[in-house]
Design a protein around this ligand. Structure first.
Ligand code: BG6
Length: 479
């Protein structure tokens, strides 16, 4: 009978583990959401002892927590930590782990490593006898580089873990605001009757970042914005906006609706890429932090045809969305950080306000940096002489509404659910694969048409053809 539980983090000294996963665990501990008997073991290649690992984690947690850092919580949390150095493709670290964790049950192994190691780690975990029937393995996006590599990774994982024990992480699904999309759509009667082609003119989904690629160049250069962001985060947002109401909130019900949306995406291939997509790559320029280098001049950079910007027009070929364009735009080194969804409604069918402009309603759902839902409606201005209209915004600022004191890291919710075994916030294998097959066609189209990224200056909204993409239909990007 196991005395304790252990959470094992592979790649524990990497950026993601230090910046997101260990601070999230600290906050879960702070709010008493971790089982009392849980220990946390970090595994990575760097040679260091438990104390050195704990010091690294402390630095990163303290930076993240700022004023929320609490010595008492830290000492409880530090008591859970230990470290095991080793090459994850060798037997040695697993033997050490097996010895150290012989009295522990392992509910979760978190793989914060390159996808190349997912298969080998899963296999070693199984053959070393470390895992039991209840152990879950969490793997980070991107799962592969295309459909085939993602299938290979899944096959390697499934040799050692049943598919329902594999948790595919897309951290956007852990964001409160992203989960709130489901509440907004399915807990209010207001929107559903309007949520279709009859009332909605178009939808925009933007993930704009001010950061560049910087130290992540070698990873990023073999992925690019299409595979790094569109394939996962953006298509997940699109699914939540476009899916049919699921019968309930069971993981399987929601996954099934999301897959239907992905399967209804109209293919964009070689014949369409030039009209429907825009690729860009940033050149040196200025952002709020001052002068910044171009993509190919980043540390470790070089000549490259990888895109750091993508804009595209997607269509969902089903009854609800026939004819409604979904404009997606993401990029690094854009003028502001903003993740948002704009639902643009159709104009009124007949305007009786002849002498004044009638701006159609618009629902803005901002996920980052502030959480905000705003509905733009038309209102009369207060003058006496004539009926004049002006757009006004009904604002529901989520932070004020719930008096949230601290914004949670998306990973807190994901790890909390992973430890409980709930699959709701994770991505099912067929979602990943259906998304890849749509993305692969675009990538192949770019290749066939030799469509290289267009340059844009850092600190601007990407290549000018991205504006043409919306303007061709008489719309413009909402910034
Ligand atoms: C990651 C991407 O998945 O998401 C990064 O690999 C990107 O390139 C990041 O910067 C954005 O996440 P967030 O939560 O800051 O919007």
């Amino acid at each position: 009978m196991a005395d304790k539980q252990a959470l094992v983090i592979f790649g524990a000294t990497g950026d993601l583990a230090l910046k997101m996963i260990t601070p999230s665990l600290y906050f879960l501990d702070m709010e008493h959401h971790l089982p009392d008997d849980l220990i946390i073991v970090g595994v990575a290649r760097s040679v260091m002892d438990d104390a050195a690992f704990a010091a690294k984690v402390r630095d990163s947690v303290a930076r993240h927590a700022g004023a929320d850092f609490n010595e008492e919580v830290w000492s409880r949390f530090a008591g859970r930590l230990s470290y095991c150095a080793g090459d994850v493709t060798d037997d040695a670290p697993y033997r050490k782990l097996a010895e150290r964790l012989k009295d522990c049950a392992i509910p979760l192994c978190y793989l914060s490593t390159s996808p190349d190691f997912f298969g080998p780690i899963a296999r070693h975990l199984k053959t070393s006898g470390l895992v039991h029937a209840e152990t879950r393995i969490a793997v980070e996006k991107p799962i592969g580089h295309d459909l085939q590599s993602s299938r290979d990774i899944e096959a390697a994982l499934e040799e050692s873990f049943p598919t329902d024990r594999i948790l595919r992480v897309d951290h956007y699904l852990g964001k409160d605001t992203v989960q709130n999309l489901i509440a907004l759509r399915f807990a209010n009667t207001l929107f559903e009757p309007l949520w279709n082609k009859d009332s909605i003119e178009h939808v925009q989904i933007s993930v704009a970042e001010t950061v560049g690629v910087e130290r992540r160049w070698s990873y990023y250069d073999s992925y690019g914005a299409l595979r790094d962001i569109v394939q996962n985060h953006m298509l997940q947002l699109l699914c939540l906006i476009a899916m049919e109401p699921p019968p309930d909130l069971e993981a399987e019900s929601v996954h099934a609706e999301k897959v239907k949306v992905l399967r209804s995406l109209r293919p964009i291939g070689a014949a369409e890429v030039e009209r429907e997509t825009v690729r860009g790559q940033y050149r040196k320029g200025y952002t709020e932090s001052g002068a910044v280098p171009g993509y190919t001049e980043e540390t470790g950079g070089g000549v490259s045809d990888t895109e750091t910007f993508v804009a595209l027009r997607a269509h969902i070929d089903n009854w609800r969305w026939a004819g409604v364009p979904f404009f997606l735009r993401t990029g690094k080194r854009l003028p502001q950080r903003a993740t948002q969804i704009v639902v643009q409604f159709k104009p009124v069918p007949h305007s009786i306000f002849h002498r004044t402009m009638n701006v159609p309603n618009r629902l803005l759902i901002r996920l980052q940096p502030q959480e905000e839902i705003a509905l733009q409606i038309m209102n009369k201005t207060p003058e006496l002489e004539a009926v004049r209209l002006a757009p006004v915004t009904l604002d529901l600022n989520l932070i004020d509404a719930f008096r949230t004191t601290r914004r949670r890291i998306a990973y807190e919710r994901l790890i909390f659910d992973a430890l409980k075994g709930s699959a709701f916030l994770f991505v099912r294998r067929d979602e990943v694969e259906t998304a890849w097959s749509w993305i692969d066609r675009i990538a192949a189209g770019w290749k066939e048409r030799d469509m290289r990224p267009l340059p844009y200056t850092a600190g601007t909204w990407g290549p000018s053809s991205s504006f043409a993409l919306t303007e061709r239909q008489g719309y413009s990007w909402v910034e």
